[in-house]
Design a protein around this ligand. Sequence first.
Ligand code: NDP
Ligand code: 8X3
Length: 248
Amino acid sequence: MSKIALVTGASSGIGWASAVLLAEEGYDLILCGRRAERLTELSQKIPTKTLQLVFDVSNREAVKDALDSLPDSWKQIDVLLNNAGNAHGLAKLQDGSIDDWDAMIDINVKGLLYVTKAIVPGMVQRGGGHVVNIGSIAGKEVYPNGNVYCASKHAVDALNNGMRMDLVGTGVKVSQVCPGLVETEFSMVRFKGDEERSKGVYEGFDALTAHDVADLIRFIVTRPKHVNISDTMILPTAQVASTIVDKK
Ligand code: NDP
Ligand code: 8X3
């Protein structure tokens, strides 16, 4: 029987690259995101079977409806890649936008939980599966102006550890990947479409590519049954901490 992976945030960046590499490993893919046209474009590049689910992870009903709508032949999900997320804004707490805070908590934390709750009970019932959570270096340390984004990724770090404890003995693996600076649409979203500012984030050093991170995800999900890579951090060689990047 073919293996099935569900990727949230497959319409861009790390999620897109991971879907491509998981297909290379033979997985059929459930591609999730809000931008349907992007998912269609991606599905045309994937040689295995694909199914697209267009929903907002922060909308609890939409998550449930989307996952309930899966045909029976797609319900036995082997790998859940909890990747959808973004930073919204970069400002001192006293100057921050409450709408940005809501977005980050609702998408990065609650969205991850809603999707997990819809899929993990089935994995437990089947006695196997693998949840890979995309955290961040921002979930291991904080940096100035990163306040709520860092808090949301610290929450992912805690949930990753909590999930692994709760799922021990069920056959379900839980792993986290915490990247440093990866050049994707991330900064365009954070800076609300300001191209100049976004480009500046990745200037003067070789940032990670989405493919670099996807390659680590591929490694994690292809380990033997008795091996779980519980937590990882992947950084550009030029980066040693959130605020220490060797820019030329
Ligand atoms: P991108 O902006 O390129 O991709 C983000 C993805 O998340 C898109 O596919 C987007 O799809 C999806 N997404 C965002 N909001 C929602 C939502 N409400 N509902 C459903 N899907 C949503 O960024 P990255 O690939 O870089 O980010 C992926 C993950 O990696 C995030 O969790 C991010 O926090 C994390 N990360 C990124 C780093 C970086 O430097 N780039 C470093 C460390 C971690 P759509 O808009 O179509 O809904
Ligand atoms: C994304 C990396 O440093 O912008 O999680 O927070 S950073």
